[in-house]
Design a protein around this ligand. Structure first.
Ligand SMILES: [Zn+2]
Length: 158
């Protein structure tokens, strides 16, 4: 069994922000917080503390809540792609980087998956994959600042 709970927080009209937590610690992690409000509401209701944010790519609907969340949780570490213009990152991650979260209970590896954007990354490990706008349950993301060839290669990698 996977010890990590993956909780979808509804955001905007048609999206989710993934929140990750595990038993025995108030720590939690969010992936691509495009909006701070649903995250703040959940953290307050559940009495949790934000310790990390994982960013997959530069688009505003994936990064828009970072600054406000960092103001509330200044010790939360913001991880993101090395090769995208994302401000507010504390750690810029290259392909193959490994990060340990939730007091060592979750370990994820970074995978370069350019195509939707030129520097898009995904995080995988512990049976989980957070791939931003690269791959969806019913299709793949649009090509914005990457190329079709890159996206094709990235989907093959996943
Ligand atoms: Zn996007």
């Amino acid at each position: 069994m996977n010890p990590i709970d993956v909780i979808p927080l509804p955001a905007f009209d048609d999206n989710y922000i993934w929140l990750l937590r595990t038993e025995g610690t108030p720590d939690c992690v969010v992936v691509d917080p495009g909006d701070e409000d649903p995250v703040l509401a959940y953290l307050e209701a559940q009495d949790l503390q934000l310790t990390a944010m994982l960013i997959t790519h530069k688009h505003g609907d994936h990064t828009g809540g970072v600054k406000a969340l960092k103001q509330h949780w200044p010790r939360a570490v913001v991880y993101g792609p090395a090769h995208e213009p994302v401000s507010s990152l504390d750690r810029r991650l290259e392909d193959g980087a490994e990060i340990s979260l939730l007091q060592g209970k979750m370990n994820l590896r970074v995978l370069d998956v350019p195509g939707h954007t030129e520097g898009h990354i995904a995080y995988h490990g512990d049976g989980l994959l957070f791939c931003g706008d690269t791959l969806f349950a019913g299709g793949c993301g649009r090509v914005f600042s990457g190329t079709f060839e890159q996206l094709s290669d990235s989907l093959r990698r996943i």
